[in-house]
Design a protein around this ligand. Structure first.
Ligand SMILES: NC(=O)c1ccc[n+]([C@@H]2O[C@H](COP(=O)([O-])OP(=O)(O)OC[C@H]3O[C@@H](n4cnc5c(N)ncnc54)[C@H](OP(=O)(O)O)[C@@H]3O)[C@@H](O)[C@H]2O)c1
Length: 324
């Protein structure tokens, strides 16, 4: 039964991955969290909690589990930003120890698998078709969004670790569904305006933007596929980087659908990102493809109606999650 350790297991994405792994009955799942309260939440979901108050600077508790339980795959879906360099370096060290111990015993052992969650914003914004074989960062047609420019370096470090670890990088597009966390600062004002009957609400997003999107369930399914395949690709020449996207939709249509669902009679003015880096990243145009993920990971996304078409369901889920 493969053992998987998830950094960020309590998060929006991490929780879905962990639950899907548990439901498969094929995996023992360890979830790292910084707080005892969230550890309890993990235990309720049959995920083995590892409380590690500062995984970036004091990784001892989770590294001990990788060592003592002989974990097979580590997944980084934590929101630790550049802390991901540290996670990678620490897991590389543990794997080197493991290899040295095996060599000393004169036996072979498999490398640790390592899957890093990046995001399609590293491609930058463009109306041209893009895929995961296109280079990102220096020399690419478009620069990464400033908010995530650091991420190109983390991806490079993960790719360079392939001599020590079996690695993979998954890049989800902008995620929607269930709690739709990342949308909170933009869609909450529309809900408030609908409740108060305001005339108008201004949202710092570009009306003309066309983000690439994906439902959180399909992201989790792709990670499960990646966990199952991470040991299979090394040595095959497959570039282990996969963009995950299932639709490209108009920001104007998304907010029209929200207004209509919540019965907001006033106007939603998408006034532009105004230079705010987060708002600007949300407006990244992404005409991407996940053909390689479907072909090579055998990933079959199923939440394919899109954000706009089923907005009534997503809007209701958002209210249930975020509004008292
Ligand atoms: N949401 C999207 O649309 C989207 C799209 C593409 C890529 N991504 C990427 O996917 C990853 C996960 O995103 P998410 O939306 O699931 O984030 P999230 O809901 O904020 O969850 C991240 C989890 O990471 C843990 N964490 C936060 N800071 C940490 C730190 N400094 N050290 C260790 N753990 C830390 C937290 O767990 P505890 O509090 O329990 O420790 C938290 O539950 C991120 O790298 C994000 O950039 C997200």
């Amino acid at each position: 039964m493969p053992k998987v350790l998830i950094l960020g297991a309590t998060g929006y994405v991490g929780r879905q991955i962990a639950n899907l792994l548990v439901q498969s009955g094929q995996h023992t799942v360890y979830g790292v969290t910084r707080t005892p309260a969230k550890a309890k939440q993990l235990a309720k979901e049959e995920i083995i909690p590892i409380v590690c108050p500062d995984p970036v600077n004091q990784p001892g508790p989770y590294l001990d589990i990788i060592r003592s339980k002989h974990v097979d795959v580590v997944v980084d879906v934590a929101g630790a930003y550049a802390g991901s360099y540290r996670f990678l370096a620490d897991v590389v060290s543990v794997n080197k120890e493991r290899m040295a111990a095996s060599n000393a015993r004169g036996v072979q052992t498999s490398k640790l698998g390592y899957i890093y969650c990046s995001g399609t914003w590293v491609h930058g914004s463009s109306n041209e078709p893009v895929n995961d074989l296109d280079i990102v960062g220096d020399g690419a047609g478009t620069l990464p969004e400033e908010l995530v420019a650091w991420r190109v370096g983390v991806e490079k470090a993960v790719l360079q670790a392939s001599d020590v670890l079996d690695i993979m990088i998954l890049r989800p597009a902008l995620i929607y569904g269930r709690e739709s966390t990342i949308w909170t600062p933009f869609i909450t004002p529309v809900l408030e305006a609908a409740k108060t009957g305001a005339q108008n609400v201004e949202i710092p997003l570009d009306a003309q933007s066309r983000p690439g999107l994906i439902h959180v369930d399909d992201v989790a399914k792709a990670f499960v596929r990646a966990i199952e395949k991470v040991h299979l690709f090394p040595g095959t020449g497959v570039y282990p980087v996969f963009d995950l996207v299932t639709s490209q939709e108009s920001m104007r249509d998304i907010f029209n659908a929200l207004s209509s669902t919540w019965g907001f009679k006033g106007g939603v003015e998408l006034k532009g990102h105004g230079g705010d880096l987060f708002s600007k990243a949300m407006c990244t145009n992404f005409r991407g493809s996940s053909a390689r993920a479907k072909q090579l990971l055998d990933w079959q996304p199923t939440r394919l109606n899109g954000f706009v078409q089923d907005m009534d369901i997503y809007a209701a889920a958002f209210v249930a999650e975020h509004i008292e």
